[in-house]
Design a protein around this ligand. Sequence first.
Ligand SMILES: [Zn+2]
Length: 64
Amino acid sequence: MIEYKGRYIVNMRTYKIHDTCNTKKGCKLNKMQQSNAVFYNKLCEAKNYPNEITPKTETCKYCF
Ligand SMILES: [Zn+2]
């Protein structure tokens, strides 16, 4: 289980965005390594990972 440091978590390996306030069964958030997690408080910031010119993220189909 990872420690939440913001509402939205980007998995830096898969580029999936998870919403810690809306996790569902099927979401593999609890299997993510802390070292792969990047935290944001705003969804718009999470979506711009790794940068706003070439964002690579997609939202988790369970959390969103
Ligand atoms: Zn999720």
